[in-house]
Write a protein that binds this ligand. Structure first.
Ligand code: DOR
Length: 446
C-alpha cells in the first residue's frame, strides 16, 4: 500500500493556514495533524515549512485531443499541468471531431484512460443542431455543456436564438459559455481591414474583440439563464463593465457564476505591442483598468473561479499575420505561479487563491471528494515553495508546442512537489513519469 508522510508544511485550506503533517495512504488523505509519527513503511517528504495546497482544478483547458495533437495532447499537456500544480482539468470540445455527441464524449474518456497525469473531465459541446444529444446527457457524463456564444477557435458558434433558448431550458447540467458577440466582432474586423488591409497590428485585437462585444453576449447569456433558472458559468471574463452583471454572494447561493483566467489577471493591452500573436486570445486582453476590476471582483466574490483557458498553438502557427495567427496561449504550467506573484504583490491573499483556484471548481461542478484537503478525500496536493524563484525558459517549458508567453519572467515562487491520487508526479523540477490520473466524478445536476 502506498504510504506517504508529508511533514512540516503550512497547509492552506478552507480559509485557514496551519502548520501540519499530512499522511497519505493509498490514494487518500488518511490523517492531518500537528505532528504525526512516521508510519511504518512510509516515504517521508519533508515540507520544510513550505505551503501545501489542494491541487488546482482547472475548469477550462484545450488539450487538443483528438485531432489537433500537433499542438498538444492529453498526455503532454496534463503532464505540464501537473508540473504547474494542476491536478485535475476539464477539457473543451473544440477538437476534431468536435465533442458534440455522447458517443464522441465517451470516445474522449476512452482516449484519456491511463494517459493523463492529472484527473480529467470533458465538456459536451453545444451546436445549432444537437439539442437532442444535450437532452439525453446524463448527470456525471460530462462536467458541463460548453456553448460558444461567440465564434472562436473551431467551428462551434451557437447563435440561433431558438437553439439558445432550448439549450438553457433543457440543459441537464451546468452550461458554460464563451461570451463575445460575433456580429459586433465581424463589423470591427471589417473596419480594421478597411483601415490596415491584411497587416492589422495585434494592438487592434482588444478593439476588434471589444468590451461591447463581451458585454452584449454575457448579458444575453445571463438573461437566458434567469429566464430558465438554469445553472450558468460564464467563462474568461475580461472587462470592468461585465462585473456589474454578477453577484458577490457566496457561490453556494448563486446559479450564475463567473470565471477569470490567469492571463487576463496578468497582462493588459499594452503588452500586445511587444508580445503580439503570443498573447492573441479570445476574449482579448483588455485595458489596465479592466485588469484591476477583475482583481477586485475576484476579491469581492463576483468572480468565483480562476482557470487558465490553456490553448496551445505551435510557434509556426503563431507567426502568421493578425487574421491568420490563431488565438490562444499555453498557460497550465505557470498558472499557479502567476497567482503566487499576485499574492506576493498583495493583490490577493493566499487563502483566496486556494478558494478560487482549488475549492471553487470542485463545488461548482460537483467534483466528488477533491478540491479540499480533508481526511478521507483524494490526495491531490501541491507543495509550493514561496522562497525559491522560478525562471521560465524555452528549455523548461513542457508543452508540446514548446513555448510560453512567460519566457524570461522569473516567478517569485516555484512548484516543489505535485501529488495526484496519492502518487508523486512532479518533484525536484522533474516529472516522475507516474500516470495516476482518473476520470473525475461530477454530481451536480441543474
Ligand atoms: O483564445 C482562445 N483560444 N479562446 C478560445 O475560446 C478558444 C481557444 C482555442 O481553442 O484555441
Amino acid at each position: 500500500m502506498n504510504k506517504l508522510l508529508i511533514s512540516n508544511v503550512r497547509l492552506v485550506n478552507e480559509g485557514e493556514i496551519r502548520d501540519v503533517d499530512v499522511f497519505v495512504e493509498g490514494d487518500r488523505i488518511a490523517r492531518i495533524d500537528s505532528s504525526i509519527r512516521v508510519p511504518e513503511g512510509a516515504r517521508v517528504i519533508d515540507g520544510g515549512g513550505k505551503y501545501l495546497l489542494p491541487g488546482m482544478i482547472d475548469d477550462q483547458v484545450h488539450f487538443r485531443e483528438p485531432g489537433l495533437t500537433h499542438k498538444g495532447d492529453l498526455a503532454t499537456e496534463s503532464a505540464a499541468a501537473a508540473a504547474g500544480g494542476i491536478t485535475s482539468f476539464m477539457d473543451m470540445p473544440n477538437v476534431n471531431p468536435l465533442t458534440t455527441t455522447r458517443q464522441a464524449l465517451a470516445d474522449k474518456y476512452r482516449i484519456a484512460a491511463n494517459r493523463c497525469t492529472g484527473n480529467y473531465g470533458f465538456y459536451l459541446g453545444a451546436t445549432n443542431s444537437n439539442i437532442e444529444e444535450i437532452k439525453a446527457l446524463q448527470v456525471g457524463e460530462a462536467c458541463g455543456i460548453k456553448a460558444f456564444m461567440g465564434a472562436s477557435t473551431g467551428d462551434m458558434l451557437v447563435d440561433d436564438p431558438d437553439t439558445l433558448d432550448k439549450l438553457f431550458e433543457h440543459a441537464p447540467v451546468i452550461v458554460v459559455t464563451h461570451c463575445e458577440d460575433s456580429p459586433t466582432i465581424w463589423a470591427n474586423e471589417d473596419a480594421a481591414k478597411e483601415k490596415f488591409g491584411e497587416e492589422v497590428p495585434f494592438t487592434e485585437h482588444p478593439k476588434i474583440r471589444s468590451a461591447e462585444a463581451c458585454y452584449a453576449s454575457s448579458s444575453m447569456a445571463i438573461d437566458l439563464a434567469r429566464r430558465h433558472d438554469s445553472l450558468l458559468h460564464v467563462l474568461h471574463l475580461t472587462t470592468e463593465k461585465e462585473m456589474a452583471l454578477f453577484s458577490s454572494a457566496h457561490r453556494s447561493e448563486k446559479r450564475i457564476t463567473a470565471e477569470v483566467c490567469v492571463h487576463h489577471l496578468w497582462f493588459d493591452e499594452s503588452r500586445y505591442e511587444q508580445l503580439g500573436a503570443k498573447i492573441k486570445c479570445n476574449p482579448a486582453i483588455k485595458r489596465a483598468e479592466d485588469r484591476k476590476a477583475l482583481i477586485k471582483a475576484l476579491n469581492d466574490g463576483r468572480i468565483d473561479i480562476v482557470a487558465t483557458d490553456h490553448a496551445p498553438h505551435t510557434a509556426e502557427e503563431k507567426e502568421g499575420t493578425y487574421f491568420k495567427a490563431p488565438a490562444g496561449l499555453p498557460l497550465v504550467q505557470h498558472a499557479l505561479l502567476t497567482l503566487f506573484d499576485l499574492v506576493a504583490a498583495g493583490q490577493i491573499s493566499l487563502e483566496l487563491l486556494v478558494d478560487r483556484a482549488c475549492h471553487a471548481s470542485a463545488d461548482l461542478f460537483g467534483v466528488q471528494e477533491r478540491g479540499y484537503v480533508r481526511e478521507g478525500w483524494f490526495a491531490d496536493l501541491v507543495i509550493v515553495d514561496p522562497a525559491t524563484p522560478y525562471c521560465v525558459t524555452a528549455e523548461n517549458v513542457l508543452y508540446k508546442c514548446g513555448w510560453s508567453p512567460f519566457e524570461g519572467h522569473e516567478f517569485s515562487a516555484s512548484i516543489d512537489t505535485t501529488i495526484v491520487n496519492g502518487k508523486v508526479v512532479y518533484r525536484d523540477g522533474s516529472l516522475t513519469g507516474v500516470i495516476p490520473g482518473r476520470s473525475l466524478e461530477f454530481s451536480r445536476a441543474r
